[in-house]
Design a binder for this molecule. Structure first.
Ligand SMILES: [Zn+2]
Ligand SMILES: [Zn+2]
Length: 361
């Protein structure tokens, strides 16, 4: 089959890959659509270290083709979304209702039993997030799939497996933004745009979007931003000017840039909440002033996968989509063939899309 492979640092291409049948507790999925997410690029360029070669893709939806022994959650023919974090239901975190931190989620590219189902030129290779779904087929853990209604298009559904879940979840689950609140969103890629939608859905009265790219600020306005700030001007001063001089109730960071994280911290009002969602380089730090931190009384939250309990949150978000309150249609600004996957990532880096999606036959 064809798959997008990160061959070595900064080198990805569509390659012929052999895929083995599903083992116990695994599901073979014929992919229908796969989102183009910045995290794939972070693996390919080493920002998020994972062993290469690795099949990329961690935001997908498709049809179950076959199941391995012991799988009862789904059967052949079911339509499913893949979650880039599995939920085993049994580990320390799952038992404490924090399945977004499930210990089954690993960065080694291997299945839960420590082996791989993927080979390239005879060599075993990894699958990103145990999915590796930017491919015609993927063998994935059954604890990573969520069955969905057949009426929901794969390209819309795929977005729930990473970006939309993370962005909306950051607002609704992690920060728990209240109706009438003021919100700033730093970074208007797919995840930031989803957060803007989340803030709109929960009834934030002011949503200030910040980005360097004017076309992304146009998207931000479409999805519910009430104000936009081009980051080339001082965004903290602009946000304070828009929000009564003291900053916003909730400030979200989606770029993974430590300078922007600091801006997001400063843009929150005294006693406000700062939610850091972007993943930066391991060599960068976010400094908190030892004198100001306590008197400013801000809450700083790290956010992974929008604190999602995906078995609950995916159906909820699909219901919002079907009720036309969550706009997944407009999130997809361009679709690509798998053969054009490398260009899809180039377009993402150029800031051309709200979300690009690879669509398969
Ligand atoms: Zn992602
Ligand atoms: Zn778990």
């Amino acid at each position: 089959m064809k798959a997008l492979v990160a061959l070595k640092l900064n080198t990805m291409s569509v390659e012929n890959v052999t895929i083995d049948p599903p083992e116990a507790g695994e599901v073979l999925v014929k992919m229908g659509a796969v989102g183009v997410c910045h995290s794939d690029l972070s693996v390919a360029n080493g920002t998020v270290p994972m062993p290469l070669p690795m099949v990329l893709g961690h935001e997908g939806a498709g049809v179950v083709e076959a199941v391995g022994p012991g799988v009862r959650r789904v059967e052949a023919g079911d339509h499913v979304v893949l979650s880039f974090v599995p939920a085993c239901g049994e580990c320390y975190f799952c038992q404490r209702h924090e399945p977004h931190l499930c210990t089954s989620c690993t960065a080694d590219g291997l299945m839960l039993d420590g082996t791989s189902r993927l080979r390239m030129q005879g060599q075993s290779i990894g699958a990103m997030s145990q999915l590796g779904c930017m491919a015609q087929y993927a063998v994935v853990p059954a604890i990573s799939v969520m069955q969905i209604d057949r009426s929901i298009p794969f390209d819309r559904a795929a977005l729930l497996g990473c970006g939309v879940m993370t962005g909306v979840g950051a607002v609704t689950n992690t920060a728990q933004v209240k109706p009438g609140a003021t919100v700033a969103v730093f970074g208007c890629g797919g995840v930031g745009l989803a957060a803007i939608q989340g803030a709109r859905v929960v009834g934030a009265r002011q949503i200030i979007a910040v980005d360097r790219v004017d076309s992304k600020l146009d998207y931000a306005r479409h999805f519910g931003a009430t104000h936009t700030v081009n980051a080339r001007e001082d965004p903290v001063a602009a946000i304070q000017a828009h929000s009564g001089g003291w900053g916003v109730d909730y400030s979200f960071e989606f770029t993974g840039n430590a300078v922007v994280m600091d801006q997001a911290y400063r843009a929150a009002r005294r006693g406000g909440t700062v939610c850091i969602v972007g993943v930066g380089r391991g060599s960068d730090s976010l400094a908190l002033n030892a004198c100001a931190f306590a008197p400013e009384a801000k809450t700083v939250l790290g956010c992974y996968y929008g604190n999602a309990n995906f078995r609950v949150d995916m159906p909820n978000m699909l219901a919002l989509y079907q009720a036309k309150r969550l706009d997944l249609d407009a999130m997809i600004t361009r679709t690509y063939r798998l053969d054009d996957a490398v260009r899809a990532f180039e377009d993402m880096e150029a800031g051309l899309n709200a979300r690009g999606v690879i669509v398969l036959d």
